[in-house]
Design a protein around this ligand. Structure first.
Ligand SMILES: Cc1ncc(COP(=O)(O)O)c(C=O)c1O
Length: 415
């Protein structure tokens, strides 16, 4: 048999904690049925780390969004507000619930959803708000929660990019009515694929769990497993399902990796914040690279280090020129801002209307999917300027070197 190297020996490895130990325990059949399932351990540890009552493990950070919408009671023709510059999954899951995505603009400095625009977009059909904490920075939650309370609307924090980011001392993911996390491979806490929902509300938690577990009647927010005796369910009259749900469950191997990652989450996030500092230093002397603003009393967990590039006006180099020069100097490259949600073909061309996910009644006000350029001018202006540098370098020397290349390029262009 060939030697299998032990990931714990790689000082720069992503999975060099207890991941291999826990996964081996899952695969050891002697433990089967005797040990506490890793999904339960992971959920409990996750809830505890965030100081929340309920954590419900999922197979992705997209299915978590769907479960949260279901728990919020979002259905046919309801409206859900989501930010203009964010991942498409928010709008897509709203459409899967037969509801209408209503797009709110962002703040041009923090690059997060603008509470003032949320307020403008509220109607008597608004059922929920997706607050997406972008690039690692929490959104301005206090005014959002005040607006939600005034109108009786559920707030779902999409915390996929903001693990351990804080807002006025509170952790992202603990301020809304429910919060969704993703654990796909680029996220702070990564299990390859995976997701988690957090909530303090037992009703929401129960519906989330049932939505993710095929709608089993016996499930509750805190209990993923059967709580019935075999005599109760080994019965021809036993009724199993009282909720519409699919299978969004996390598996044991994934949960084992997740638990080990959670044990080191402060260190993992700290490394990203350190990398962001290198990039911040590299652009500090430059007034045509404007980093995402971190207001006082916020902590950015730096999923990426994101800045607005103003070099076209200032030094005559386009976004793409700058990108090519950075690459030519040995830079890794960087990401552009995601297209404004309504500019993606799926939304722009209303592709979803063909898949049957739509309210059949578009309402007396006519087309409720009238997404047009100019709707969210701040996001439209910011998006083509955005540059997101990755922060998940395994070793700090490489990160320093990359930030150094950025600094050198800026000095070169500024001459
Ligand atoms: C903000 C945000 N929400 C949701 C998702 C979807 O998560 P997943 O890829 O785990 O389905 C992502 C992942 O890219 C994300 O960044």
């Amino acid at each position: 048999m060939s030697d299998i190297s032990d990931p714990r020996n790689d000082p720069h490895g992503k999975y060099n904690g207890n991941e291999i130990v826990y996964v081996s325990q899952v695969l050891d059949s002697a433990n089967y049925r005797t040990q506490e399932p890793f999904t339960v351990r992971f959920e409990q540890a996750f809830a505890k780390r965030f100081g929340m009552d309920f954590a419900i493990a999922h197979n992705s950070g997209t299915t978590t969004l769907l479960s949260c919408l279901a728990a919020a009671g979002v259905g046919m023709g309801d409206e859900v507000i989501c930010p203009a510059q964010a991942v498409l999954m928010n709008a897509a899951t709203i459409l899967y619930q037969n509801a209408v995505p209503v797009i709110a603009d962002i703040d041009g400095e923090t690059l997060n959803i603008d509470p003032a625009d949320i307020e403008k977009k509220i109607t008597n059909r608004t059922k929920a708000i997706f607050v997406v904490h972008m690039h690692g920075l929490p959104a301005d939650m206090d005014p959002i929660m005040a607006i939600a309370e005034k109108h009786g609307i559920t707030v779902i924090e999409d915390t996929a990019q903001c693990v351990l980011g804080t807002y006025k001392g509170r952790l992202a993911g603990t301020m809304g009515h429910m919060a969704s996390f993703s654990m796909e491979s680029k996220k702070h806490l990564s299990t390859g694929e995976g997701g988690m929902v957090l909530t303090n509300d037992e009703h929401f938690g129960t519906v989330v769990r049932k939505t993710a577990f095929n709608g089993y009647r016996a499930m509750t927010a805190g209990k993923p497993l059967r709580q019935l005796l075999p005599e109760q369910f080994q019965d021809p009259d036993y009724e199993r399902h009282d909720t519409l749900g699919l299978n969004f469950r996390m598996n044991e191997v994934t949960a084992a990796v997740g638990l080990a990652q959670l044990e080191r989450i402060d260190q993992i996030v700290g490394r990203r914040q350190q990398v962001a500092e290198y990039f911040m230093d590299a652009i500090s002397s430059c007034d045509w690279m404007v980093p995402q603003k971190v207001p006082d009393d916020y902590v950015n967990s730096y999923y990426t280090f994101t800045a607005r590039y103003k070099g076209k006006q200032a030094i005559g180099a386009s976004w793409k020129d700058f990108y090519n020069k950075y690459k030519a100097m040995g830079g890794d490259g960087f990401y552009a801002g995601l297209k404004v949600v309504y500019s993606e073909p799926m939304m722009r061309e209303k592709v979803f209307l063909k898949s049957g996910y739509l309210p059949p009644d578009q309402g007396p006000e006519g087309d409720r999917f009238a997404y047009e350029q100019g709707m969210c001018p701040v996001a439209e202006e910011a998006q083509p300027e955005m540059m997101s540098f990755k922060t998940n370098y395994r070793d700090m020397e490489t990160a320093k070197q990359q930030a150094g290349i950025l600094g050198d390029l800026i000095k070169d262009l500024d001459k």
